[in-house]
Design a protein around this ligand. Structure first.
Ligand code: SAM
Ligand code: SF4
Length: 469
């Protein structure tokens, strides 16, 4: 596979002899000073087995996360617009040869209605997701751009979606240019596995069967001017240590060629998917403890990138991973196109296992419950999309994120958007805890102009929405 040197990864993993405590401390000190770790250093961390040493890795990862991002956690929700797909990924319910799911591609009106439902719940950031096949008569890119327009057009009171990120199949440079023009935030694409032989086995048919075309999509997106890119590996297809070094090798390639690494990293684990046998027994299932290590080591190796955790994981695991480096989480997701009940504010999502969903979910909590839990654990829930709208993307974002300078802005924006959420959508219990949190942070944030923040809060009180720094 292009850009991935399997021999080197195998060598590094085999060579990552047991560290002595002193070497481990040197690597962790380097990571804590926010310096990029080498592949060799990351391989060494991946080989750590001693429980005490693992706790040291976890503590260092928490430190790095707090230094870069502070206590804020960004919330988003996926919007599945279609489950039509020409590919046959062995692990996914949307694969073309799966007769068990009901196929659906949402119309523009349906996308608008789904977005309104999400706005009514308090969501502000959407990840648009779909299979690789447009409804008949349309090209993929035209379908995507129409859908993005419909999402941004939806409005409920003063609330609109602030940022649409997109997870869709690879496009050509010209198509990526159109995607950028439609106003997307991050373009997300997961390589699934960085092990070429496994990749070919898992993707037997369709355009996705070419691993080089997929990995090159990131380069094409950059070339087209999209500089916030999210990458990821689907854990469970091959050895987790190999995949983590594969991800890190891919990042080295991005940094070398474009001077910018990924805006976000995702580490989905395979979940059971209807009609996709392999998803029930992933060939390289990764345990919870190994998974925690992966998140912590990614946080230490690439301090500047956001790490995303979706509702594939259960509530307990997601709460734990927040302290190890996760900075963005999804909430009350449904992986079926049309799965959110349009128009009915109180009605919960349609059952997750309904025909048409991509995989089953581990965390079924409502947005309000998730916001409440974040507050209880002293994390500031954030609905901010300021960086992208202030053009703090790509290299500009990295320059703020690498030394941790972004933290001040993140915390202020998180508090403003939290107050908006509390005023407009929260339950009485969450409101009470949230206002207390705002008061607490107002008094303790370093280097923040309190008068300015007070002014923002008074604006929110008087009904102004969507201010940010
Ligand atoms: N179809 C496009 C693609 O494959 O790139 C984009 C959307 S696809 C629905 C998004 C991601 O879902 C895939 O990249 C894959 O990592 C993940 N996925 C697929 N099946 C899954 C499963 N059974 N459990 C967890 N994640 C899964
Ligand atoms: Fe299609 Fe994406 Fe699912 Fe593969 S992972 S079958 S490409 S939707």
């Amino acid at each position: 596979m292009k850009y991935i040197n399997e021999e080197k990864i195998n060598y590094l993993l085999a060579d990552a002899a047991k560290l002595d405590g002193c070497q481990l401390d040197i690597i962790l000190d380097k990571a804590k000073s926010l310096k990029r770790l080498t592949l060799k250093e990351s391989a060494a961390l991946l080989s750590v087995k001693d429980p005490e040493d693992i706790q040291k890795i976890f503590a260092a990862a928490s430190f790095v996360k707090d230094t870069i991002y502070g206590r804020r956690v960004v919330l988003f929700v996926p919007l599945y617009i279609s489950n039509l797909c020409v590919n046959s990924c062995l692990y996914c319910a949307f694969k073309s040869d799966n007769p068990l799911i009901k196929r659906k591609a949402l119309t523009v009106d349906e996308i608008n209605a789904q977005t309104e439902w999400l706005l009514n719940r308090g969501h502000k950031r959407i990840l648009m997701v779909c299979g690789e096949e447009a409804p008949s008569g349309k090209s993929n890119i035209d379908y995507y751009t129409e859908a993005i327009k419909a999402i941004y057009a939806a409005e409920v009171g003063k609330n609109k979606i602030k940022r649409v990120n997109v997870n869709c199949a690879p496009l050509s440079i010209n198509e990526f240019k159109k995607l950028k023009q439609s106003g997307i935030g991050t373009y997300q694409i997961f390589q699934e596995t960085y092990h070429e032989q496994t990749y070919r086995r898992m993707h037997p048919k369709g355009p996705k069967s070419d691993p080089d075309n997929r990995i090159d999509a990131v380069d094409r997106a950059f070339t087209a001017g999209i500089d916030d890119i999210g990458i990821g590996a689907l854990y469970g297809l091959f050895d987790w240590r190999f995949e983590t070094l594969g991800l890190l090798s891919h990042i080295e390639h991005m940094e070398e060629k474009f001077g910018v690494g990924p805006h976000t990293i995702s580490v989905p684990r395979i979940e059971p998917a209807e009609g996709a046998e392999l998803s029930l027994r992933p060939p390289y299932k990764i345990s919870d403890d190994e998974f925690k290590k992966v998140v912590a080591i990614l946080r230490l190796s690439i301090s500047y990138a956001g790490i995303i955790m979706t509702t594939r994981e259960n509530a307990l695991m997601r709460d734990t991973l927040l302290s190890l480096g996760v900075s963005q989480i999804s909430a009350e997701s449904n992986t079926s196109p049309g799965g959110y009940s349009a128009g009915d504010k109180e009605q919960a999502c349609l059952p997750d296992q309904q025909a048409g969903s991509q995989f089953s979910l581990g965390d079924q909590r409502s947005l309000d419950e998730i916001v409440g839990t974040l507050i209880a654990h002293d994390y500031i829930p954030s609905f901010c999309a300021a960086c992208y709208r202030m053009e703090r993307t790509g290299e500009t974002f990295m320059q703020l994120a690498k030394p941790g300078t972004i933290k001040g802005k993140c915390s202020v924006n998180a508090l403003i958007t939290l107050q908006e959420y509390l005023d407009d959508f929260a339950s009485a219990k969450v409101k009470q805890a949230g206002y207390k949190m705002i008061e607490r942070y107002f008094n303790k944030l370093d280097n923040v102009d309190q008068d300015m923040l007070k002014l923002f809060f008074s604006h929110v009180d008087s009904g102004v929405r969507d201010e940010y720094v």
